[in-house]
Design a protein around this ligand. Structure first.
Ligand code: EPU
Length: 415
C-alpha cells in the first residue's frame, strides 16, 4: 500500500544482481566441493534456485548475511534433473541445462512454459548444446540432453539471447577443444559469469563482447566470488526519483552498467553522476517526455521498460517506448491505466501521454518489474495504491518496501 509523499531523499544500498547470482548458482554444478557466493540478495528467486539445486542433492546454506555456501557432492550423488514444479516457478532454472550436460553427460530439465512476456522459446539453448555434440530430445514436457563429452564448436546465435549465451558458455568450459560463441549477449551478468568460471580454472576470453572464445578444461574447482551489483534494482530507484522528484544516492551501484539509461534520464531532465562507490541522482522538476527503445545490452534494458512507462506517465509531453526484445510484456499497461495513465499500445510500441498526476487504485502485479513499476507510479498517484500479488516484487527486490521508506516514501507491506 503506497501513498504519495512528495520528493524522495536519502541513500539506498544496491544489492547483488539477481540475473547474475542465479546463473552462478547453476554454474556450481560444474565442480565438486564448497563454493561461497557473496553480495547475494535476499530474494525469493535465490531461494527458488537453492531449491532447484537441493532437489539435485546439493547442499545450499543461506545462513550468512548476503552469503550463500554451496557444497556440490561427488558426481554419483547428483540427480541430473530439474523438475517441472520448480522450473515453472522460475524460468531461470533452465540455466542448469548446460552445466549438467557438460559435467554429468546428461540432463532432464522441464520446459518452462509460457509467461506474460510473449513467446519465450528455448530453441537457441538446445541448438547451442547440439552444436557442442549433445543429443537433445523434448519428451513429456522435458528437455532430455546427453553427450559422452561435449566437443568445442562454433556457435552462431541468431539473437544475442542472455540465457542461451550462458548455457552455451557453461557447457563449453568443459567441452573438448575450442568453442567460439558468435553474436553472444553482452550483458554485464555474462561477464560476471565468465569471471566466476575463469576463477574456477576455465579459459574464457571476450565475455561482454559479441564473440566469446572458450578453451575447454578437463576439470574445474570450487571458488569464492562476490556478485556484481544489480543494475535493474538501481534503475528502479532512479525511476522512483524520476517520478516523485528529489535527490537520492545509490551506494554500490555500477554507473558503467547503466550508461544508456542515465543518458536517457538526463535527456528527460534528471541529473545523475557517479558518487563514491555509487550514483547520485536528482530530479529537480517534472521531467520532459522522451522516446525510448529497448535493445540488448548496452541498449536500454527491456527490464526497465515498465519503469519507464511509469516515468513517462507523469512526464511533460508524449513519449514512445518501443520494445525489441519480447513480443508481449504489456499486461501491466492495463494496471497503469487503472491508475489514470494515458498509454496506447500499437504492436511493440507504447505511446504514453504524460499526466500531471495519477490516481491511486487497487492494481495487480503480474511479474517482478511490473510490480516495481506500479509501486513507482504510485509515488505520484493521488490517494492510495494497493498492489495485489506483490509477492512477485520480492522475487527480485530485497527489502523493497524498507528501501523506499528509507527514501521517505509512505509504503506499507503486508504478509
Ligand atoms: N529467445 C529465443 N530463443 C531462445 C532464447 C531466447 O527466441 O532460445 C528470444 C526470446 O524469446 C526473447 C529474446 O530472445 O525474444 C531475448 O531473450 P533472452 O534469452 O535474452 O532472455 P532470458 O535469458 O530468458 C534474461 C533475464 C530477463 C531479461 C532478459 C533480456 C534472467 C534470469 N532473465 O532472460 O530478466 O528480461 O534476459 O534482457 O537473466 C527479470 O529480471 O525480470 C527478467 C525477466
Amino acid at each position: 500500500m503506497i501513498r504519495p509523499t512528495g520528493p524522495l531523499s536519502g541513500t539506498v544500498p544496491i544489492g547483488g544482481a539477481k540475473n547474475s547470482v542465479l546463473k552462478l548458482m547453476a554454474a556450481t554444478l560444474l565442480a565438486e566441493g564448497t563454493f561461497v557466493l557473496r553480495n547475494v540478495p535476499d530474494i525469493t528467486d535465490v531461494a527458488c534456485m537453492a531449491d532447484v539445486l537441493r532437489a539435485m542433492g546439493i547442499t545450499v546454506d543461506r545462513s550468512g548475511a548476503g552469503e550463500v555456501t554451496i557444497v556440490r557432492p561427488a558426481t554419483d550423488d547428483v540427480v541430473t534433473e530439474a523438475p517441472y514444479e520448480l522450473v515453472e516457478r522460475m524460468r531461470a532454472s533452465t540455466a542448469v541445462l548446460g552445466p549438467l550436460v557438460a559435467r554429468f553427460g546428461r540432463a532432464r530439465v522441464a520446459l518452462p512454459g509460457g509467461d506474460d512476456f510473449g513467446s519465450r522459446p528455448i530453441d537457441l539453448h538446445t541448438r547451442a548444446l547440439q552444436r557442442l555434440g549433445a543429443t537433445v530430445e523434448i519428451r513429456h514436457g522435458y528437455i532430455e540432453a546427453s553427450a559422452d563429452r561435449l566437443v568445442g564448436a562454433r556457435i552462431e546465435l541468431e539473437f544475442p539471447s542472455v540465457g542461451a549465451t550462458e548455457n552455451a558458455l557453461m557447457a563449453a568450459v568443459l567441452a573438448k577443444g575450442t568453442t567460439v560463441i558468435d553474436n553472444a549477449a553482452r550483458e554485464p551478468e555474462i561477464a560476471d559469469l565468465a569471471r566466476f568460471l575463469n576463477r574456477m580454472g576455465a579459459k574464457v576470453l571476450g565475455a561482454g563482447s559479441p564473440t566469446i572464445r572458450v578453451e575447454g578444461a578437463d576439470e574445474l574447482s570450487p571458488v569464492e566470488h562476490a556478485v556484481i551489483p544489480d543494475r535493474i534494482e538501481a534503475a528502479t530507484y532512479l525511476a522512483a526519483v524520476a517520478v516523485a522528484g528529489g535527490e537520492i544516492t545509490l551506494t554500490g551501484a555500477q554507473p558503467d552498467h547503466l550508461t544508456m539509461l542515465v543518458h536517457k534520464l538526463g535527456e528527460m531532465g534528471m541529473r545523475i553522476a557517479p558518487e563514491g562507490d555509487g550514483l547520485w541522482a536528482s530530479a529537480p522538476r517534472r521531467l520532459r517526455a522522451a522516446d525510448v527503445v529497448t535493445l540488448p545490452y548496452p541498449g536500454v534494458a527491456t527490464d526497465v521498460k515498465p519503469l519507464l512507462l511509469a516515468v513517462l506517465s507523469v512526464a511533460d509531453g508524449v513519449g514512445i517506448v518501443s520494445e525489441n526484445i519480447f513480443s508481449g510484456r504489456f499486461r501491466y499497461v492495463d494496471e497503469l491505466r487503472r491508475m489514470g495513465a494515458d498509454i496506447t499500445v500499437e504492436g511493440h510500441h507504447a505511446v504514453v501521454r504524460g499526466q500531471a498526476c495519477l490516481s491511486g487504485a487497487p492494481v495487480r502485479a503480474h511479474d517482478i518489474r511490473a510490480g516495481a513499476a506500479l509501486a513507482v507510479a504510485a509515488l505520484r498517484a493521488e490517494g492510495e495504491t494497493v498492489i495485489g500479488d506483490a509477492q512477485h516484487i520480492a522475487r527480485g527486490y530485497e527489502r523493497f518496501d524498507a528501501k523506499l521508506r528509507a527514501l521517505g516514501a509512505d509504503v506499507v507491506a503486508e504478509g
